[in-house]
Design a protein around this ligand. Structure first.
Ligand code: NAD
Length: 351
């Protein structure tokens, strides 16, 4: 611990969509945090979830006519964003990507700490975050960005490898879900769409949290909504001393990584991974962990090949909780924070 805090960290969520509603639950599960409110841009079915959970509902904007619209549809709105920021220690911005710059000015004016998501660029805050890569660098800073679901997934398995080897050269291909299950406006629905900006941003984004890892990536979007899959090739330095089995053991001991044998467990596709996630019982069938197929890992000479699957809507959720502790300086050890975050979430969902 960096120091004892008497009161809970007051957390606001600006943008109660796919990521925001999940971060809200994860924050609500923690005994050192208090969720002081969530924002919606206007009345919609998403407000019902906030009401059901007892989360104070605020309007994303301060204009009185926008706030009044909530009451017109029967929702109690506690005020505008400025009212919410006035009672907040740290705001977690979960707005759609690229709306960050406008929101950042509001957070700075209100004097609150702030966190953005992976839809924003690193340059917005000049900092990025994953729990295992750079928790310490983000201690007590004013604001940062939790990297995207893909970058978080890469960081989970590559950082322990890097920490063992001292250097790492990585090429990877992101096979991306086309849309989240709740999206009706995205595609493709019957095509494979290569990202023609080469290399894609996903791999290089890892270097915003761990600059020492040399990494590039390609990406293609495919017609699925449930997960991303990564096909990864990593060149380890001479003298690394690792074997396929010892790498698997390393990942078995890594927080938020699940290693399972695909053939033995009949879990050979992302559909079965998601079915297993639904069995775990977290809300929305979420899987915070990165899934590595044991039988898809192979070290040949100094070159490591592996596949992993990422539940895009949920792997970043526990990272957001750890990041709040980093910004507030209440937990300096990332592993202690991870253990606390995950235990609280599991109790919340009665696992
Ligand atoms: P979303 O569209 O599901 O939710 C965004 C919410 O913000 C909506 O409720 C929207 O009404 C609200 N909003 C709109 N304008 C706003 C504004 N100016 N200020 C505050 N809120 C506003 O989006 P999402 O999928 O939750 O993505 C949020 C962020 O998380 C993005 O940066 C995205 O790139 C990132 N992210 C998304 C995923 C994913 O798979 N969905 C995974 C990791 C990271």
């Amino acid at each position: 611990m960096c120091g004892q805090r008497m009161s809970k960290i007051k957390v606001a969520i600006n943008g109660f969509g796919t990521i925001g509603k999940r971060v809200a639950d994860a924050v609500d599960a923690q005994d050192d945090m208090e969720l002081v409110g969530v924002t919606k841009t206007g009345p919609s079915f998403g407000c019902d979830l906030a009401v059901k959970k007892g989360f104070p509902l605020y309007c994303t904007f301060d204009e009185p006519d926008r706030i009044a619209r909530f009451a017109d549809q029967g929702y109690v709105c506690s005020g505008g964003l400025s009212d919410l920021l006035a009672i907040t220690d740290v705001v977690v911005d979960c707005s759609p990507g690229k709306t960050g710059a406008e929101n950042l000015a509001k957070y700075q004016a209100a004097g609150v700490k702030y966190m953005f998501q992976g839809g924003e660029k690193h340059t917005l805050t000049g900092r990025s975050y994953t729990s295992s890569a750079n928790h310490a660098e983000n201690l007590n800073v004013e604001g940062t960005r939790v990297v995207s679901c893909n970058t978080t997934g890469l960081s989970r398995t590559l950082v322990p490898l890097y920490d063992h080897c001292g250097s790492l050269k990585v090429e990877c291909t992101m096979i991306r879900r086309a849309a989240d299950p709740g999206d009706s406006g995205k595609g493709p629905i019957n095509a494979i769409k290569p990202v023609l900006k080469v290399p894609s941003h996903h791999g290089p984004d890892v270097m915003t949290v761990k600059p020492e890892i040399e990494i590039n990536s390609l990406a293609v979007a495919v017609p699925t909504t449930i997960m991303h899959t990564h096909a990864i090739t990593a060149d380890l330095p001479p003298g690394h001393g690792l074997t396929t089995e010892s790498i698997l053991d390393m990942w078995r001991e890594t927080p938020r990584v699940i290693v399972m044998h695909g053939a033995d467990n009949r879990i050979t596709t992302t559909a079965e991974v998601m079915e297993m996630a639904r069995d775990i019982g977290r809300k929305w069938g979420d899987l915070h962990e990165i899934f590595v197929w044991e039988d898809g890992v192979s070290l040949q000479g100094d070159r490591l090949y592996y596949f992993q699957a990422i539940h895009q809507e949920s792997d970043v959720i526990p990272e957001n909780v750890d990041c709040i502790r980093a910004l507030m300086g209440t937990e300096s050890d990332w592993q202690t924070s991870v253990a606390k975050t995950d235990a609280a979430i599991d109790i919340y969902y009665n696992l």
